[in-house]
Design a protein. Structure first.
Lengths: 253, 133
């Protein structure tokens, strides 16, 4: 047993290919038999991945889901930011630039609206749960934007570590539910063309959520969604500790 | 040569990331601003020009398409490495804040998509594309 585990650990990335390949086969089969193809295999595979990540996290107490278990550590490299962004950029090959130019204005507006709406929703929820000081409201609002904007904002304005942890949790929940829910809500919000995908990327902003959600909906939409989502975190980090925090201080401080 | 495609893709990504990081420093945030977006635009523009001059033949193209095809498996690996336990451990407030942000954002998609005229849905996926997914 030790020898097997040792080989798998030393060749972690290769084992990750095998694991994901297996997951995709199971998901493809579930998609055909259980949902008669209505829910794409990739959507099921992403959900299975999240479930496994949950058990991995419970098992080890680590932060990287299944990848915290030594033999599965290759999943961390395969699904890490470097290869993920590399593959996202690759999906843009053959994309029509005219389509992006045509949707540019909608994309920019989606970004601004997405950040502002997330901030407001997050801050309102924070207030409803009794976190009524501007620092906590701003930090949890920023966490509702993405799990990176939350701690960046919280650290900058001096929120408590408990509130920063909550803001990260809010951002993680958003990433997870965007991954799972995108294919389910896509038909209701007209998410079937490049322009709505650009709007979606800008409104959601969570790169991992949008990357997973659009993959499970229609892979051809990925480059458009990713195009706007990639600006979201940076813009959020810019607006969170400044405009948004000062607005809250002005209103409730 | 397949590697030329992979190298071109990697170069576009690195330059894009560099632009994103420089932009982050310029506006004073500790984050990459739009790196992936710039990389995508670079890739589209550069490969379009190269193709027109016949400098991006099929084997080179394969180097890019291979990584594009690996996108979904990579995303599945990404899903399995998310910190789901902590997300769920955040309790009801974190869950409501995250879900609320999703719901409010999703509700705005049809509104913002309307700007500049309606867009046509993409054609249905062909069998070949479905097999790839």
């Amino acid at each position: 047993m030790d020898i097997i585990a040792d080989v798998l650990e030393r060749n972690g990335l290769l084992f990750a290919f095998v694991v994901v390949g297996g997951l995709m086969m199971i998901s493809g089969w579930l998609s055909k038999t259980l949902t008669r193809g209505r829910l794409q295999g990739s959507a099921i595979a992403i959900m299975l991945g999240l479930v496994l990540a949950y058990f991995g996290g419970i098992q080890t107490g680590g932060e990287s889901g299944l990848a915290d278990i030594a033999i599965f550590s290759g999943l961390g490299l395969m699904g890490g930011a470097m290869l993920r962004d590399f593959a996202i950029v690759a999906t843009a090959y053959g994309v029509d630039l005219q389509e992006i130019k045509k949707s540019g204005a909608a994309g920019v507006l989606a970004l601004l609206a997405g950040i502002v709406v997330s901030f407001i929703v997050g801050a309102a929820v924070a207030a409803a749960f009794g976190y009524t000081d501007p620092e906590s409201m701003a930090t949890i609002g920023a966490g509702a934007a993405t799990y990176i904007v939350g701690p960046v904002t919280g650290t900058a304005i001096g929120a408590s570590s408990e509130v920063i942890a909550l803001s990260v949790a809010a951002g993680l929940i958003k990433a997870v539910v965007v991954m799972v829910c995108t294919p389910l809500i896509a038909p209701f919000i007209g998410l079937n063309n490049p322009k709505s995908a650009m709007a979606y990327g800008g409104l959601m902003g969570t790169t991992s959520g949008v990357a997973g959600g659009l993959a499970a909906t229609d892979k051809r939409l990925v480059p458009y969604g990713a195009m706007t989502a990639t600006f979201y975190t940076g813009l959020g980090c810019l607006l969170g500790p400044s405009v948004f925090y000062f607005a809250l201080v002005g209103l409730f401080g | 040569m397949v590697l030329y495609g992979v190298a071109a893709l990697a170069l576009c990504m690195l330059v894009g990331m560099l632009i994103g990081d420089v932009l982050g420093v310029a506006v004073g945030v500790d984050a990459n601003v739009g790196g992936v977006g710039f990389a995508m635009i670079l890739l589209v523009v550069a490969t379009d020009r190269l193709r027109k001059r016949g400098l991006f033949p099929k084997p080179t193209e394969q180097g890019v398409l291979f990584w594009s095809a690996l996108y979904i498996p990579i995303v599945i690996a990404m899903a399995s490495t998310q910190n789901v336990a902590e997300a769920i451990g955040g309790g009801p407030m974190a869950a409501i804040a995250g879900l609320g942000a999703l719901a409010a954002g999703a509700a705005l998609v049809p509104v913002i998509s309307r700007i500049g005229g309606q867009s046509e849905p993409l054609p249905a996926m062909t069998e070949a594309e479905k097999a790839e997914a």
